[in-house]
Design a protein around this ligand. Structure first.
Ligand SMILES: NC(=O)c1ccc[n+]([C@@H]2O[C@H](COP(=O)([O-])OP(=O)(O)OC[C@H]3O[C@@H](n4cnc5c(N)ncnc54)[C@H](OP(=O)(O)O)[C@@H]3O)[C@@H](O)[C@H]2O)c1
Length: 328
């Protein structure tokens, strides 16, 4: 198969296009012919070797978590999918498997969901990691309640665009930060308060909206960009930090500091072990129009390095995807 892979970690230039063996599904795996691979910040961090504490790097190594495509074959114990089905998934990449920047990729059946008829594959490829992480941070870890006040730090990126909409859909009032260029975009997603972090003081602007502090703060940017984050949360409230690998500070000290002021503090890593049901739920919300897809910018697979430069800037609005094959 054709794939974009690396033979050493490093900058975007280490990504190379060439031929690799097509993977073979194990009993519970689905072999997917990839139409589109979704891009996440984890991809450039992975390319640079920052995921080494979580996985061995075995070269040639295919980057990429997210995929949408067509089932090509199934392992002997797969019952709910058959060749020809349209599917999307965060693949087996989080468990160390080869990724989605390739003509074919593998995903355990518990990580695969069908793409609703009304969604295209390019749209589905934008969902897995960003939407799943947002969902788990708000609901599974954050325990979001209707009527609560939620602050999403970093509202205009992949994760943030879903987080602000999920929170609003669940009946919360939502405030979020973004740069000047994204204020109107965030307002369009329905946030009650879009805070321009380049021009406004986040703490005083938020305090005017939530005088006792917010019920739930999701930090999707990193600790250094939000000094004093605990002061923004009411006593008894919750802080959910999305681990970034590059700006997480002293995690144990942060949790102790939160405890001292009666704020529940959790780190929310994406958990894709049994994510098929949540992915289906998210896809249904998108299909029925409750959640709007963020802007999706497409690159050919061979331009993965260019796409990595954009995601690595840390200021992309919405999602980036790679077109791997014309399958619909
Ligand atoms: N551990 C996990 O399981 C997991 C899973 C998913 C994501 N993540 C991490 O979560 C982070 C966000 O992911 P993503 O997919 O949303 O990334 P993304 O699509 O690259 O979006 C990043 C967003 O951050 C915003 N931003 C940058 N600096 C900011 C600041 N100082 N204040 C407020 N917003 C700021 C940017 O908006 P502006 O351009 O408007 O500044 C941009 O839209 C990344 O570090 C990613 O690696 C971790």
């Amino acid at each position: 198969m054709q794939a974009m892979f690396i033979t050493e970690t490093g900058g975007p230039e280490v990504l190379q296009y060439g031929e690799l063996p097509t993977p073979v599904p194990e009993a519970q795996d689905i072999l997917i012919e990839v139409a589109y691979a979704g891009i996440n910040p984890a991809d450039w961090k992975n390319r640079q070797g920052l995921l080494a504490p979580f996985r061995p790097y075995s070269f040639p190594y295919v980057i990429g978590f997210d995929a949408a495509g067509i089932v090509a074959a199934v392992g002997g114990e797969v019952t709910s999918f058959k060749p020809g089905d349209r599917v999307f998934t965060p693949t087996n990449h989080g468990q160390g498997g080869q990724g989605s920047y390739a003509q074919y990729t593998l995903a355990h059946q518990h990580r695969v969901a069908p793409v609703p008829d009304s969604l295209r594959l390019d749209q589905a490829a934008a969902l897995p990691v960003a939407a799943l992480t947002a969902w788990q941070a708000l609901f599974d870890r954050g325990g979001l309640q209707p009527g609560s006040k939620v602050f999403v730090h970093g509202g205009s990126g992949g994760l943030g665009s879903f987080a602000v909409q999920f929170a609003r859909w669940a009946g919360a009032g939502v405030a979020a930060t973004c740069s000047t260029a994204n204020v109107e975009y965030l307002r369009g997603l329905g946030v009650a308060l879009a805070i321009d972090y380049q021009r406004e003081d986040i703490a005083s602007t938020l305090r005017a909206w939530a005088p006792d502090g917010v019920d739930l703060l999701v930090n999707a940017v990193g600790v250094s960009s939000l000094p004093g984050e605990l002061d923004l949360i009411r006593r008894g409230g919750t802080l959910v930090s999305i681990p970034t690998l590059v700006d997480d500070g002293d995690m144990a000290a942060a949790t102790a500091a939160a405890q001292a002021v009666q704020v529940k503090h959790l780190y929310s890593m994406m958990d894709d072990s049994q994510c098929a049901a949540t992915l289906s739920r998210i896809a249904a919300l998108v299909a029925q129009g409750d959640i709007t897809l963020p802007p999706i910018r497409e690159f050919p697979l061979t331009a993965a390095a260019e796409a990595h430069r954009v995601i690595q800037s840390g200021h992309n609005r919405g999602k980036l995807i790679l077109k791997v094959a014309d399958l619909e």
